[in-house]
Design a protein. Structure first.
Length: 106
């Protein structure tokens, strides 16, 4: 299993020329430039176009809408698992990633 991690795209995700192949993509923060809700729609669409079988999103310090409008922001992320917890939870099993519906949001 190959996990690819990116971060700090700041709404410039369309400008990324190459992301390595893998099974799981983790975006580890700062996916948005202004942290506004309207930015999530474009980012979420881009995530949906990527060939990874599983995608995980962790909000960063520039992704303000996940702090200020958490419920609304989470609903806009449909093409990734949004991970928002200070606790470590097991995501990967021998058979692959856990179903996003079974992962608790804290």
């Amino acid at each position: 299993m190959r996990i690819v991690c990116i971060s700090d795209t700041h709404s410039m995700h369309e400008d990324i020329e190459h992301i390595p192949d893998g099974d799981i993509l983790v975006h580890a923060g700062d996916c948005l430039a202004r942290g506004a809700l309207f930015e999530i729609e474009d980012f979420n669409y881009w995530l949906g176009e990527l060939p990874y079988s599983n995608k995980i999103l962790v909000a960063g310090n520039h992704d303000w809408c996940f702090q200020n409008h958490n419920d609304r922001a989470k609903k806009l992320v449909t093409n990734a698992i949004y991970l928002a917890s200070r606790r470590m939870i097991p995501l990967v099993t021998e058979r692959g990633i856990l179903d996003r519906q079974k992962i608790p949001h804290f």
